[in-house]
Design a protein around this ligand. Sequence first.
Ligand SMILES: Nc1ncnc2c1ncn2[C@@H]1O[C@H](COP(=O)(O)OP(=O)(O)OP(=O)(O)O)[C@@H](O)[C@H]1O
Ligand SMILES: [Mg+2]
Length: 261
Amino acid sequence: MDNSQNCKAKVIAVCGKGGVGKTSISAILVKILSSNHKNSVLAIDADPAVGLAISLGINIKKTVDDIRNDIIQRVQSGNTDSKTEMLNMLDYEMLSAVEEHNNLAFLAIGRPEKEGCYCQVNHILKDIITSIADNFDYVVIDGEAGIEQVNRRVMQRVSHMILVSDASAKGLNVVKTIKDVADEAIEYEKLGLILNRLRSEAERLHVSVPSELNCIGWIPEDDTIRSFDIEGKSILDITDCSAIRASKKCLTEIGLFRQAV
Ligand SMILES: Nc1ncnc2c1ncn2[C@@H]1O[C@H](COP(=O)(O)OP(=O)(O)OP(=O)(O)O)[C@@H](O)[C@H]1O
Ligand SMILES: [Mg+2]
């Protein structure tokens, strides 16, 4: 079912092979989108290693998985709250897990769930995340390498798939697979590929990208991104750098940003 018309938020999932720059690019997108104070932005760190929290300099108090474990414990200890009470509690708990900084909110998913018989709870969580997302203009999801989390556990519906690859054949192969899976499983509206850590326009021209991957631009190897990462500083504190300028062009290309003229 396509329910994209009912959803206010533009839900942007950043996907790709491990280590290609998904978290850095997610943080840059969050920075660009939230620097317009009219935009409300929710950043979702769907990576158990909580990389996005670090890149944005956000301190996580509680993750979605912590909440889920609390609920499981309540059920196991024989607490028989009605479904409505349970839902109200989840709603409240979930909102308390959202860290808010002016027009930017942040939610961390936490470590991967264990297999078990609590799919009911997982469904409720998924619904609540979706309902929280509807309170924002933009939701940026930084996931684990691959698409399973976005597809099954966190967000059923993504409006913008941002694929990230380096110039390697391996990176491009992974994004091609992700696109194939997304075409089957997700009703996204737009998809675009960002090539990251390129050295020059000449290198970009050298990389052969299948047209269905819709390359929306490339981001250069950038010393500011590198040094902020080494020093553990927040990408939100970068005033300007070549990676941010290039990212703005990519977002413009896919209709998520309008460059000032
Ligand atoms: N354009 C860039 N210029 C310089 N360094 C970059 C750039 N993009 C990413 N990096 C660096 O590359 C490394 C990996 O980036 P990042 O953590 O964003 O990748 P990832 O895809 O999220 O990795 P993982 O799959 O492990 O979550 C980091 O050290 C980051 O600072
Ligand atoms: Mg990452």
